[in-house]
Design a protein around this ligand. Structure first.
Ligand SMILES: O=C(O)CCC(=O)C(=O)O
Ligand SMILES: [Fe+2]
Length: 391
């Protein structure tokens, strides 16, 4: 990796005093798996023994894992004791996004390196994003779109639903056009890299520029504006839906810089899962044996884009309310938890607590494509709920 002015790095101290060759091999395998787990990273040369390099096409960046000589210590008197992630980018925020992506796969590395520095970089990154500023009423971006106030026009009902049950379904979000979908086709070439027993859809992370080029800016902005709307409207201190702490000034909701576009064709599905599951790690210093959650996701917002979608076409979102504390998503099915199905109709927007279990039922129609835009609203500080921590 050529070192330029914009190289940023994260140092991972090694955890064990293993033989250097073994450490290198571990890192090489972990790096390989990291790159293969997502289209975000693309390997640009065969991994070298001492240096694993990849490209980040979405950000025009380059990232490398290298071993680096550090100050000799008693434990490691002779050779390097640090693994370093080096990133060449033009923007600080891009560095943060790359760290966040590596962090999603931290279990590949954490047996042999300490990931604390990475964690801190990811927290700083999310905390620096801030919520979407919202749209001024006269904004050109909104000239053609329902304002968020219109979307949430039954405001009391919506906010109550979200607090009490952890989800709300709105049917007056912007609809998409056939011409727009034809333009979106160009982005849908890649199946997800996840196990095909888990999900089989095609996805692309859409930037605002790409959305705009297909006439989807109104849909994009509507999703992006929800965080600011919720920040302004969920400020009550207590809620009957206890674990879903409302947004507060100390713990505002923030948003990522892209939206997931997903397509499910005939027979595609996504089996029951949570977007922010419980990990096996116990929360420290609490009495109630609570566990740590996997990531920062707080609300999942999905805008469905499908004209003439009928219930018999399959592809329903199956949502299990009150399942945020289940460790195993299959338990929602095996133990007969209540669920309801949401048909993915054009202009329908669903917001739900990201911790709740849900699935996409198999698409049964032979030619229709089920498309959706998904935004995960995040809360980078700990959630503010006692006994629940992120990471
Ligand atoms: O498209 C949907 O209805 C849900 C998709 C989903 O669960 C996900 O992408 O995590
Ligand atoms: Fe999901």
């Amino acid at each position: 990796l050529a070192t330029v002015a914009n190289t940023r790095e994260i140092v991972f101290p090694l955890k064990t005093n293993q033989h250097k060759d073994l450490q290198l091999r571990n890192v090489k395998y972990a790096f390989q798996e990291l790159v293969e787990s997502t289209d975000f990273f693309v390997q640009n040369s065969p991994a070298q023994f001492y240096d694993s390099t990849c490209l980040v096409p979405a950000l025009g960046a380059e990232a490398a894992f290298q071993f680096q000589q550090s100050t000799p210590s008693d434990l490691f008197p002779h050779w390097s004791t640090e693994l370093v992630l080096k990133v060449n980018t033009n923007a600080n925020s891009d560095f943060g996004w790359i760290c966040a992506k590596v962090f999603e796969q931290k279990e590949l590395f954490e047996d042999f390196v300490d990931t604390t520095n990475l964690y801190e970089a990811v927290v700083d990154h999310y905390n620096s994003l801030g919520p979407h500023p919202g749209f001024p009423a006269s904004s050109a971006e909104l000239s053609n779109s329902p304002k968020l106030n219109d979307l949430f026009r039954e405001q009391d009902f919506c906010m109550e639903q979200l607090r009490d049950t952890g989800f709300v379904v709105l049917d007056n979000a912007p609809k998409t056009s056939v011409a727009g979908h034809r333009l979106l086709d160009q982005f849908l070439h890649h199946k997800t890299n996840q196990d095909t027993n888990v999900r089989t859809d095609s996805v692309h992370f859409l930037s605002r520029k790409e959305a705009q080029s297909c006439g989807f800016e109104e849909h994009y902005d509507t999703l992006m504006g929800i965080a600011s709307y919720l920040n302004g409207n969920l400020e009550m201190k207590t809620s009957p839906h206890d674990p879903m702490n409302p947004a507060t000034q100390e713990h505002p909701l923030t948003i990522p810089n892209s939206i997931q576009l997903a397509e499910y064709a005939e027979s595609d599905f996504y089996k029951a899962h949570s977007d922010n599951s419980l990990t096996n790690k116990m929360v420290s210093d609490v009495q109630n044996n609570d566990r740590v959650r996997a990531n920062f996701r707080h609300y999942t917002c999905i805008l469905y884009c499908n004209d003439d979608w009928e219930e018999q076409d399959g592809g329903a979102l199956r949502l299990y309310p009150h399942t945020r504390n289940l460790s195993n998503a299959n338990d929602a099915i095996l133990n007969g938890y209540d669920f309801f199905d949401v048909s993915p109709k054009n202009g329908r927007l669903v917001i739900f607590d990201s911790s709740n279990i849900h699935s996409v039922e198999k698409v049964t129609h032979t030619t229709k494509k089920r498309r959706a835009l998904t935004l995960w609203i995040t809360r980078p500080n700990n959630s503010g709920v006692e006994g629940e921590q992120y990471f």
